[in-house]
Design a binder for this molecule. Structure first.
Ligand code: FE2
Length: 185
């Protein structure tokens, strides 16, 4: 049997949190050494844009959230908070992406990268906690088994047709790579 939609999203969150932990380690490293691991941060940006935002947030924003709002007007409040937090995360990632090419030469760029990485990690931890503790239990309460099956089928379609076959797997591997501290530092 396929996992329920909220189980699937919780599993995505586990991967996202592995990368959040790697981001926190990078922030601590930048603080200690004054150096940014450009390549590693670029991989974090890739993960945030294409897995967290592209794959995971698509499932939430396009399928789960609208269904919840349709089903229960009281879900509108928590959903709009979740949407604005997704947007705040996107802004932090855009700022990191914009400053990253200049980190070797520019102190301001290093500060922007470190500050926005820290902001993103902080934001995502609080956000995931809210979804796991508040929004998903609400979804589990108000959606029927049949509605949950329809949402799960739609998630599957998004993963196959829009995210692309093998993409989820590739980002799972990337999360594990980022979670393993490199031996060279
Ligand atoms: Fe989420």
């Amino acid at each position: 049997m396929t996992d329920t939609p909220t189980e699937q999203l919780r599993q995505d969150h586990e991967l996202v949190l592995m990368v959040v932990e790697a981001i926190e380690r990078e922030v601590a490293d930048i603080g200690k050494t004054g150096r940014v691991h450009r390549e590693r941060v670029a991989q974090m940006v890739d993960f945030a844009q294409n897995f967290t935002d592209g794959c995971h947030h698509s499932k939430e924003e396009r399928v789960l959230f609208p269904t919840l709002e349709e089903r229960d007007a009281a879900a509108g409040g928590p959903v709009s908070v979740m949407l604005s937090e997704h947007e705040a995360g996107r802004e932090a990632i855009r700022a990191i992406d914009a400053a990253l090419p200049d980190v070797d030469e520019s102190e301001a760029a290093r500060t922007a990268v470190a500050g926005n990485l820290a902001l993103y990690a902080h934001l995502l931890r609080l956000h995931i906690n809210k979804e796991n503790q508040v929004l998903f239990p609400l979804a589990e309460r108000i959606l029927s088994d049949q509605e949950q099956e329809m949402i799960a089928a739609e998630f599957e379609r998004i993963e196959e047709e829009e995210t692309g076959a093998g993409v989820h797997e590739r980002y799972r591997e990337l999360a594990h790579t980022l979670a393993t501290p490199p031996a060279d530092d």
